[in-house]
Ligand binder design. Structure first.
Ligand SMILES: *Cc1c(COP(=O)(O)O)cnc(C)c1O
Length: 396
């Protein structure tokens, strides 16, 4: 059984095989009614009273607790809001404060650029002799030394789908006295994650990929409960204050993970995310993972058999992969445009990666085989060479 019976909970256009839920999850049907209610009944009728009457003020924590359930975190240990880049910055800044005598942030060259950019920006802001060191993903373990204040890694590589061993690397970081930060952007809702067992100090992630919260949906940040009171918030906004409505002149952080909140929560988007999280009710991530592995294996087998021009750019071993499969091809961009034109939506990542995400909640075996068949036609007949597929859009 490779299908989880949840397809009916998503509004996917007829004739589309959506293999890009790793980048932007599709619309959960329940989100439309919820957004409409928030706009018309809550904002529209209740106006500012809705912060109390519609429980808007509780929503960030409620959604945080639901995400906590998907990543093995205790209730109350996950705060929501802002974007992932901001949450990366907050986790990093707090990690450096926890190790004041150390000066190195260690990451890998496969990390998503924004995570690295945020580290560079933080270092520039601090203005001391901090250093961001990036090594190849396979070399991270050996690069963890006692100079390292924070190890910041994304579990699943956004391009190749290569997956780090969270438990092993966290243990290694801790043996060297470093703080561990995991970015779960391509993990939450895709693979079973247990942040409690892995024991990392921080985890961050976004909610518009496998969690289907919609474009720009709020991010999340986990802080290990035993260190929360030692976390110094770099972005000391009023909603991370212990008593926001006391309007005190000085910042005093909340005594919980809420101290990692910053400003007013995006209620419409949070409500949509809350509705999107309904699709996970009764879903076991172990079943999702099993189904995802089967879909990925089928796709690799079908594409390799049908498209000798493409080279697998993901680890062949399922255990070393997240929930996506990438193939390299020098003209990957026009190939993806031709595929999208035929209803198979994946995406392209520079310089040459065709990327396909597998999301068993709404993708099944037949979809995977059909997608491989269409890819075969695009390659065999060189359909991608048509001039219209060469034009680059802003978002690839
Ligand atoms: C998707 C992704 C981001 C995007 O960050 P935003 O601030 O939400 O735009 C950052 N880091 C990683 C690892 C990602 O996969």
């Amino acid at each position: 059984m490779t299908t989880l019976p949840r397809k009916h909970l998503f509004d996917i256009p007829e004739g589309t095989i959506y293999l890009d839920g790793n980048s932007l999850g599709p619309l959960p049907t329940g989100a439309v009614a919820r957004a409409t209610k928030v706009l018309t009944e809550e904002w529209g009728r209740e106006l500012i009273r809705a912060w109390n009457t519609a429980d808007w003020m509780e929503l960030p924590q409620k959604v945080g607790d639901r995400i906590a359930g998907l990543i093995g975190a205790a209730p109350g240990s996950v705060a929501t809001g802002d974007t992932l880049s901001i949450k990366v910055y907050q986790a990093l800044a707090a990690a450096l404060k926890l190790r004041p005598t150390r000066r190195v942030i260690l990451s890998d060259t496969g990390n998503f650029p924004s995570d690295l950019y945020m580290a560079q920006g933080l270092i520039a802001t601090i203005g001391k002799d901090y250093e961001l060191i990036t090594v190849a993903p396979e070399e991270v373990a050996d690069a963890i030394s006692e100079d390292v204040a924070a190890v910041m890694l994304t579990e699943v590589d956004y391009r190749s789908g290569r997956r780090h061993d969270m438990g092993e690397l966290t243990a290694k970081a801790h043996r060297a006295g470093a703080v561990m930060i995991w970015d779960l952007a391509h993990s939450a809702g895709a693979v079973p994650v247990d942040v409690t067992a892995c024991n990392a100090e921080f985890a961050v992630g976004c909610s518009y990929k496998y969690l289907n919260g919609g474009p720009g949906a709020p991010a999340f940040i986990y802080a290990r409960p035993d260190i929360v009171l030692a976390v110094e918030p770099a972005l000391s906004g009023w909603l991370g204050h212990d008593a926001p409505f006391a309007m005190e002149p000085s910042y005093r952080p909340a005594m919980t993970t809420e101290r990692l909140r910053v400003g007013t929560p995006p209620i419409v988007q949070l409500s949509i995310l809350d509705a999107a999280l309904d699709v996970w009710e009764g879903v076991d991530l172990a079943d999702v993972r099993r189904a995802s592995v089967a879909l990925c294996e089928t796709f690799i087998k079908e594409v390799e058999r049908r498209c000798p021009q493409l080279t697998l750019a993901s680890p062949r071993e399922a255990a070393k992969r997240g929930s996506q499969v990438s193939f390299a091809f020098s003209d990957g961009y026009p190939v993806m445009q031709a595929l999208i034109d035929r209803g198979v939506i994946g995406d392209f990542r520079a310089p040459n990666i065709l990327r396909f995400g597998f999301t068993p909640l709404y993708i099944d075996h037949d979809d995977v085989v059909a997608a491989a068949e269409i890819l075969e036609k695009v390659m065999a007949h060189e359909i991608w060479k048509e001039p219209k597929y060469q034009v680059r859009s802003r978002v690839t």
